[in-house]
Design a protein around this ligand. Sequence first.
Ligand code: FES
Ligand code: FES
Length: 391
Amino acid sequence: MKVIVTPAAANQSISLTINDRPETVTVPPRTTLAEILRDHLDLTATHLGCEQGVCGACTVMVDGRPTRACLTFAASCEGATVETLEGFKDDDLMDRLKAAFHRNHALQCGFCTPGVLATARDLVERLDTADEVRIRNELSGNLCRCTGYVGIVESIAQVIDERRGLGLPSTGAPRVAREATTGFAPFDADIAERPPAPAVSSGTMTVEDGWSVVKREVALNHSADAVWAHFSDLDAVAECLPGAKLTDHDASTFTGHIGVAFGPITAKFEGEGTYRTDDSSRVGTVAGRGKDRGGQSAVEGELSYTVRLAQGDPDASLVDVGFRFRIQGMLGQFNRPELVNGFVDYILAEFVANCDAVLSGGEVRESKGISAFAMIRAVIGGKLRALFRRT
Ligand code: FES
Ligand code: FES
């Protein structure tokens, strides 16, 4: 048997600033930021739990934003500013958080604590008020198997109050201004043969009474009549939604399922719901709920959409999309705003591209379901910033 051996890719030198110290490490391209911190610089406060982006134990600050060190390749950190728990010595907010964690019994084994403190400090600096629902939602990307979160949430709320009491305003934004991305050479894609891409504009994401509420405006290069005809056909809409399958429907009710893969967690939500469309106002609404087969997660939500004429162009239209949902169980981490925003933008971009293809006489591309990895791949090509954008 002939064995082909592929030579290992050459090591790369990466220069970055870690806890205010310039560092240069020479590592293989597949090395993660977590490996640099722990194995090369002995900064072992950064813990590794799942190494799949799920538990948040490895959270550190990269260019002022909480970031999964286990998912961040070293090569993408060229020129970055990284802060680990070791770097927060003599930091007033971190000292207050540590005292509050001690006071409120916010840790037991402490494994999650470095990642939780990194996220907590970001929240304390960024949030105006100590709103418990908001804190719990923003903290949902950090898993703690010991504490039940009560002490952690209380600590964060107390330090937000302390910060306000000191007259320090919330930043509402990351601490360090984001600088231009380095380490990637820009290139011009050859798009001469492609039709103009439909645009998914940015919108808002808020948390209201435990519901994640997302609003987006979508532009399509087709007349409002054609878009409405497409949007009022439930079979056509489901076909364009990645991972979705209608199993049955009548004039107002439906059953179906949708597949989701997020890190090591996969779920197939089987669900049912109701829908209605109003031709005169071109408004459609869909309400539904579903459970995954293992009973680990449940989702309920309402979707509304309004198709409008685009001003000045009879061959273009705008669709206002409103979506409110809540997820319980293992996939509850999707309620985290930056993940929701990235996820919604990814799904909408796929959905709109499929609608555009169908309205242009083409076909929907084959979908294997909704995958966090597919989402991350998609957003890397120009949407990475949107994934971590603050709302
Ligand atoms: S170790 Fe990075 S998220 Fe779990
Ligand atoms: S304190 Fe043990 S995992 Fe959080």
